[in-house]
Design a protein around this ligand. Structure first.
Ligand SMILES: *Cc1c(COP(=O)(O)O)cnc(C)c1O
Length: 393
């Protein structure tokens, strides 16, 4: 029996080595990794530039407290601000912590501006924001809230991407709106650009904050640095994590100056957040992701993948109901149970991740090449054929 809490239904697979888009298990099997540790290993496995940065920092200093200036943290913060809407950054260790900081920033902004009653955020059915008590309340999924006492107060859920429903949900207590530009865990559901633009306009009219959770969709995943750029809007607050550390735990909450100002000394903190090791790796990730041409590569590979998936969907209409997503954040909504396709793919040496709404997520590393897109297409084709013959027999 395992000593670990049984919080995961784990497969027996155990990986001992990775290289680029591939993982190798303890019996020598090779797997095409279209899970990337759930959108984390953005540069694939064992990327030489990340190894070098981690190794160099390990010989200098691993950790100092945020009571001191951390040069690599200042640098990563400035680079994130230069490349986005943001003026200020808070570093954390995970997505949930980045979301938690975003919620606190939204509340504190209104508090600092004489409206402490504005503490509630409008959230969306099917959202996922992490597993802390506030994050599960924000996600609002019964399955994740069950058994954990009264949910943290302050979240008002609306259904669908309907601007009138959002307008109706706004009260004197509303601080802002919180959503993912593409709902990852919820089934790779793309939020229409028009709806994001309408939300931005509504927030401006009502003095509300637009809070985007880009923990999964950020750091180049969709072919732009952050997914909201496609809609040509900017948020007031944004959470980022997953790909930001390329496999090293790094989270960040980005804000405008108006919001950031409210977070005066003592209002928030983290022992590990922004430590030198994490920041050295984060800077190395940005070296690659912000290199001219890199995001174009992601967008091109995403288009190629989407086109090939569309072809597969035509040929396997009994298995694939719909293709969703953008860039290298793609989803296959399935007709049979999604976990069956995940298992069939695994049996053929390809790793994917199930999501809500019966979707299989395809999250290759952003460095994926044409050959690895072709290999994925062939593998999905074969796995769909396997499932079809299973269904007949
Ligand atoms: C994964 C995820 C989180 C939670 O991140 P953790 O690092 O697991 O805490 C939050 N929001 C979104 C959109 C995510 O995809």
């Amino acid at each position: 029996m395992s000593a670990l809490l049984p919080t995961y239904a784990r497969s027996e697979l155990s990986f001992v080595r990775g290289e680029g888009a591939f993982l190798f298990d303890d019996s020598g099997g090779r797997y095409l990794d279209y899970s990337s540790g759930i959108a984390v290993t953005a540069l694939g496995h064992a990327h030489p530039h990340l190894i070098e940065a981690l190794d160099a920092q390990a010989h200098k200093v691993w950790h100092v407290s945020n009571l001191y200036s951390i040069e690599e943290q200042e640098r990563l913060g400035q680079r994130l601000c230069d490349a986005t809407f943001a003026d200020r950054v808070f570093f954390a260790n995970s997505g949930a912590e980045a979301v938690e900081a975003a919620i606190k920033c939204a509340r504190r902004y209104h508090f600092a501006n004489g409206a402490p009653e504005r503490y509630r955020l409008i959230t969306f059915e099917g959202a996922f924001h992490g597993r802390t008590l506030a994050a599960i309340a924000a996600g609002g999924q019964a399955k994740q809230l069950e058994g954990f006492g009264p949910p943290v107060d302050g979240f008002d859920k609306v259904t669908g991407f309907d601007i009138d429903a959002v307008k109706e949900a706004v009260t004197e207590q509303t601080a802002g709106v919180l959503l993912e530009p593409i709902m990852g865990e919820g089934g790779m559901r793309e939020v229409p650009y028009r709806f994001l633009q309408d939300l931005r306009a509504l927030c401006d009219e009502e003095g509300l904050l637009l809070v985007l959770d880009e923990v999964q969709s950020g750091v180049g995943r969709t072919g732009r640095f952050y997914a909201h750029e496609w809609a040509e809007i900017t948020p007031d607050i944004m959470s980022s994590a997953k790909g930001l550390g390329g496999g090293f735990p790094v989270g960040a909450c980005l804000t405008t100056e108006a919001v950031g100002q409210a977070m005066v000394p003592g209002t928030h903190g983290s022992t590990f957040g922004g430590n030198p090791m994490a920041m050295a790796v984060g800077n190395a990730v940005l070296d690659v992701v912000l290199e001219p041409g890199f995001l174009e590569h992601v967008a091109q590979m995403g288009l190629k993948l989407k086109q090939q998936l569309a072809g597969l969907a035509d040929g396997h209409s009994e298995i694939i109901a719909e293709i969703r997503g953008q860039g290298l954040m793609m989803g296959l909504r399935c007709k049979p149970e999604n976990v069956k396709l995940v298992a069939a793919l695994r049996d053929r040496g390809m790793l994917t991740v199930p999501a809500g709404d019966n979707v299989v997520r395809l999250l290759p590393p952003l460095i994926v090449g044409e050959d690895e897109i072709d290999l994925a297409t062939q593998t999905i084709d074969a796995a769909c054929a396997d499932l079809k013959s299973d269904m007949k027999s």
